[in-house]
Write a protein that binds this ligand. Structure first.
Ligand SMILES: Nc1ncnc2c1ncn2[C@@H]1O[C@H](COP(=O)(O)OP(=O)(O)OP(=O)(O)O)[C@@H](O)[C@H]1O
Ligand SMILES: [Mg+2]
Length: 314
């Protein structure tokens, strides 16, 4: 006797997994190791939790993998309102009144949609979902099928996977995963990449490459990274802040007639761009008696006044 879980067919993922890895890696900046680990897990037919702070390539990697496999990626946000019914689906009440229940009146939720299409169901902030929702999901993962009232048994296509994400710094409104949940998941930890990789991401996503950007990109990455280690900051900005900072600085420089990286007005222009791109993205420690702007000013002074050598390109 084998359970449906043991019969799982993973052959769709087996041939050419190495060639797929190379094609996917070509679309990412860095992340070779995490991509390899994630591919190994999903190609093995396994479900997965990706644990890491915001902006650390979790969605980017999953998008690249599902596009390579030619399957859908369905997003669900884990929060207290994510009931089992929202995940599985519901019967359209108006149609039920007119026609009575049938498989036709069923409106699939993301879980059933992903199972039928053989897609990845990506549940962000997994640990915020209520326990009964997690249990529904665990059953679907174990059985590769769910029983839908008045529809019957929905069986997952072979490439169906559940991928969860969690932010380790986030402990407001979250529950720790119980051991019964964590024991059923594989786990990959992703952290911030190094400065060089983040500069590569900013260059790629901003599309900027002029002389100003050749200074602004490393500046943007350096001050963004500094928000993550500042003593008064609980959670600093992700690379998204650095991308926006480079773009805002580019426009602000044009508006103010800052002609290039050596213009004397560049540093002050850059500080103003920092307040726009970063002040809303940093979470201060509860005990810190300061403001995001003061924290940013300190970071700016470290980069532009106290240690200007580090700010010079080359
Ligand atoms: N390795 C990478 N290569 C290219 N771009 C990247 C990479 N990592 C992140 N990015 C870019 O940075 C931004 C954030 O990345 P992404 O959405 O993958 O983060 P995430 O880990 O899913 O964050 P969150 O937990 O907030 O959902 C996106 O604009 C993405 O394009
Ligand atoms: Mg994401």
């Amino acid at each position: 006797m084998t359970s449906p879980g043991q019969q799982r067919d993973t052959s769709a993922a087996q041939p050419g997994v190495e060639a797929a890895r190379q094609r996917i890696a070509a679309r990412l900046v860095g992340r070779g190791r995490e991509l390899e680990l994630a591919l190994a897990a999903v190609a093995a037919g396994r479900d997965l939790v990706l644990e890491g702070p915001p902006g650390t390539s979790k969605t980017t990697m999953l998008k690249a993998i599902t596009e390579e496999w030619g399957i859908p990626l369905l997003f669900v946000e884990g929060n207290a309102d994510l009931t089992p019914a929202k995940l599985v689906g519901h019967h359209n009440p108006a149609r039920v009144l007119r026609e009575d229940y049938s498989a036709d009146t069923f409106v699939p939720g993301p879980l059933v949609a992903a199972m039928r299409a053989g897609g990845f169901l990506y549940i962000e902030e997994f640990n915020r979902a209520p326990e009964d929702t997690l249990n529904t999901l665990l059953t679907a993962m174990a059985d590769r099928a769910v029983e839908v009232p008045r529809v019957g048994l929905v069986t997952a296509e072979p490439s169906f996977r559940v991928i969860a994400s969690m932010n380790p710094y986030d402990n407001v409104g979250t529950t720790r995963l119980s051991t019964s949940v964590s024991d059923r998941l594989n786990r990959i930890v992703v952290d911030y990449q190094d400065a060089t990789a983040e500069e590569g991401i900013v260059a790629l996503r901003s599309g900027l490459g002029d002389a100003l950007a050749r200074r602004a990109t490393p500046d943007a990455v350096a001050v963004t990274r500094a928000t993550r280690t500042h003593p008064d900051v609980r959670q600093g900005s992700s690379v998204r802040g650095a991308i926006d900072l480079a773009l805002v600085a580019h426009q602000l420089a044009a508006l103010r007639g800052v002609t290039g990286p050596d213009d004397a007005r560049y540093p002050e222009m850059f500080y103003d761009a920092m307040t726009v791109a970063l002040s809303g993205r940093i979470r201060l420690d509860d005990a810190a008696e300061t403001t995001p702007e003061r924290v940013l000013r300190q970071i700016w002074e470290d980069r532009f006044i106290l240690n200007p050598a580090a700010a010079q390109p080359g």
